[in-house]
Write a protein that binds this ligand. Sequence first.
Ligand code: 3PG
Length: 209
Amino acid sequence: MNPGLADVLAGARLLPVLTVPDPASARPLAEALATGGARCAEVTFRTPDAEQVVKAMAAHGGLIVGAGTILTPEQAERAVAAGARFVVSPGLDDEVLATCRELGVPVVPGIATATELMRALRAGIDTVKLFPAEAIGGLRTLRALAAPFPHVRFVPTGGIGPDLLAGYLAEPAVLAVGGSWPATPAHLDRGDYAGISRLTADAVKRSTP
Ligand code: 3PG
């Protein structure tokens, strides 16, 4: 059986979501995140060189690197070949799920409704991304969706910042929280790796009880 996301994350509860336009940033970014205490990261496939970014960040060795914004089976294949240890998608696509299962990596589909969650369960998934978490009602929606599905673990992502982090993580159904705020394209653009380490350290502190 495939490992689940919980196995791969091994207790990490902060999932920095990264969009990295220039692969030259990948290595210093990995270093900055690791220095701040992050243990994992999700590289979104929203940039042409995302595969190279995954490769370089995985080669750093200090982070568990996954791929995000995976929309097609082909992207999942390329991500895993580049070294992604898990796959995240904004929505639920049966072919992406099947491909990840064949590749032996955990896949975390995005869901926003009970119907989508039931489709995920039927496909054998028990960990989902609640997306876009804040826009669909935040904690209230998370609690309401978690109630009928006590075995499901959630990775809420979307619109979550440092002030909301601890509230989400206090929910028993929440495995980890995703967010782009610790390392944004604007940080990368100005080479602000110290800022990334600082925001990451602050988030790690907030996510540790
Ligand atoms: C994602 O792809 O998971 C989101 O874009 C991250 O959401 P955020 O930028 O609102 O943190």
